[in-house]
Each structure stands twice: as structure tokens, then as C-alpha cells.
Design a binder for this molecule. Structure first.
Ligand SMILES: CC(C)(COP(=O)(O)OP(=O)(O)OC[C@H]1O[C@@H](n2cnc3c(N)ncnc32)[C@H](O)[C@@H]1OP(=O)(O)O)[C@@H](O)C(=O)NCCC(=O)NCCS
Length: 154
């Protein structure tokens, strides 16, 4: 079935969460789901309109099979604003049909239309399928390396 990419609406949240849950089982899903819900509410809010890119892929009957949430931000102090892909998911039943690539291309275009040519995202280094996906979309390692200090809480 063919899909169209359109702007995300508040009524899409249930479908977005359904797709998110389908991929997140056993991986602290509740906290991350709340984070996703908060971020979607934020990007759909009037204040974020200029910065946000929130898209869904829907079939002819309106069923949502994929989503992408991103915004424009300066991540590092002093760095130029870049487009950030915060979340991207495709219904497992609709994977490997090009929907993720279509959502990504539409987001890159939306950022470009705002004058933003650099788009970034964060992927776990052991998540090979997602790394392959972004590489297939033209992404490569960027100029920053994430560093962390992980001490147990007292
Ligand atoms: C990553 C994801 C968005 C890809 O969506 P998709 O619609 O299946 O991707 P596409 O069909 O556009 O794939 C484009 C290319 O990416 C690569 N790719 C995608 N999924 C892959 C996988 N599981 N393994 C290896 N390569 C993969 C392939 O090169 C593919 O081209 P091909 O099918 O012609 O070989 C989807 O698998 C997903 O929702 N994953 C779980 C959620 C997630 O981890 N999101 C990303 C971080 S927020």
C-alpha cells in the first residue's frame, strides 16, 4: 500500500506510541514513552512551530505506519543550529518498504527549507540496523564525540 508523508497532528499520538511500543519492549519503555509523549506535545505546541519537524507516514485509509520527530537546536555551546532527529519509527509490519527513508528525506527537506543544511541524530553504537539505515540516508559520523561519566547514585 502506498503512503503519504504529512505533518503530525495531536490525534496521531496514539498511533505514534503504538509504533514506539512495538520496538521498545523490555527497554525501559514507560519512561521513554513519557519522554516521547512530552516531546511530541512540545513540537506540536504553537511555540515550537518554527523549530519543529514532526511528520507521519499514513496510508490511503489514514492509518499511520511511521513517524519522525525533530527540531532545530544548537546542541554544543557555540555550535551553529542543526536539525535534530529525536525519534523515528516505522511499524514493524511496514519496515523495509522505504517509509523510514521517505520520512527522513522529508525531514531533511523541511530543515533545509528553514535554512538548516546539517542534520544530526544520536544512535547507540551497537544498534547496527539503525546505523545502517542512517548511513543509507547519507549520514556519517559527525564532528562531536559524546563522553560521559557514569558513577552510581548515592
Ligand atoms: C530504523 C527504521 C526507522 C528504518 O525504517 P524502514 O522504513 O524499515 O527503512 P527503509 O525501508 O527506508 O530502509 C532504507 C535502508 O536502510 C537500511 N536498513 C533499514 N533497516 C535495516 C535493518 N534492519 N538492517 C540493515 N539495514 C537496514 C537498508 O539499507 C535499507 O535499504 P534496503 O531495504 O533497500 O536494503 C525502522 O527499522 C525502525 O523504526 N526501527 C526501530 C526504531 C528505531 O530504532 N528508530 C531509530 C532511532 S529514534
Amino acid at each position: 500500500m502506498t503512503h503519504a508523508i504529512r505533518a503530525m497532528e495531536a490525534g496521531d499520538l496514539a498511533a505514534v506510541e503504538r509504533i514506539f511500543r512495538a520496538h521498545a519492549s523490555g527497554d525501559a519503555p514507560r519512561g521513554r514513552r513519557r519522554q516521547l509523549r512530552d516531546r511530541v506535545a512540545e513540537v506540536l505546541g504553537a511555540d515550537a512551530h518554527e523549530r519543529a519537524v514532526a511528520l507521519v507516514a499514513a496510508d490511503a485509509r489514514g492509518k499511520v505506519a511511521g513517524y519522525l520527530v525533530g527540531d532545530v537546536r544548537s546542541w554544543e555551546f557555540g555550535s551553529a543550529p542543526a536539525g535534530w532527529i529525536f525519534a523515528l519509527g516505522v511499524d514493524p509490519k511496514a519496515e523495509r518498504q522505504g517509509l523510514g527513508s521517505e520520512l527522513l528525506a522529508a525531514a531533511v527537506e523541511a530543515f533545509r527549507a528553514r535554512g538548516i543544511g546539517t542534520v544530526r541524530t544520536m544512535v547507540r553504537r551497537d544498534d547496527v540496523p539503525t546505523l545502517r539505515f542512517f548511513r543509507s540516508g547519507g549520514f556519517a559520523a559527525g564532528p562531536y564525540v559524546e563522553m560521559e561519566l557514569a558513577r552510581g547514585a548515592r
